[in-house]
Design a protein around this ligand. Structure first.
Ligand SMILES: [Zn+2]
Ligand SMILES: [Zn+2]
Length: 131
């Protein structure tokens, strides 16, 4: 069964999707479904409650967007790297602890307008996967 819903995506992403769809002959819905499946699989670490460890990598357009975040989440942040590449802030948070807290840190980084990627340092036990 399929569910339909309207989403808004960046013009450039939509264009890339059109090109990929055209060149592969796979319709956009299928491509989005595949992309989403991969994303959700990767983010099951943030959905399934467990004790997790990994690295949150953030890229922020402006400096000090994440000021205060490290203090707020110091309970799970074991180490923190901060550097500048091409004028942008690059942050790496080495985290360990409750997956719900890691998820909260992840979402607060996104809400500040930064891009963020979570790289889990362990695999989720098979029986705890959400699918
Ligand atoms: Zn995990
Ligand atoms: Zn910076």
């Amino acid at each position: 069964m399929k569910r339909r819903f309207g989403i808004s995506i960046d013009e450039s992403i939509a264009n890339t999707l059109e090109v990929l769809s055209h060149q592969t002959g796979v319709n956009r819905s299928k491509l989005i479904e595949e992309a989403l499946k991969g994303y959700l699989e990767h983010h099951s670490h943030l959905l399934v409650p467990h004790t997790c460890k990994g690295i949150l990598v953030a890229r922020c357009p402006n400096r000090s967007l994440l000021a205060g975040v490290s203090e707020q989440y110091k309970e799970i942040i074991k180490a923190w790297l901060h550097s500048h590449l091409d004028g942008e802030c690059m942050e790496a948070f080495f985290v360990e602890g409750d997956s719900a807290k890691i998820r909260d840190l992840y979402s607060s980084i996104l809400k500040k307008g930064c891009s963020c990627r979570y790289v889990p340092a362990e695999s989720l036990p098979q029986d705890r996967r959400s699918d």
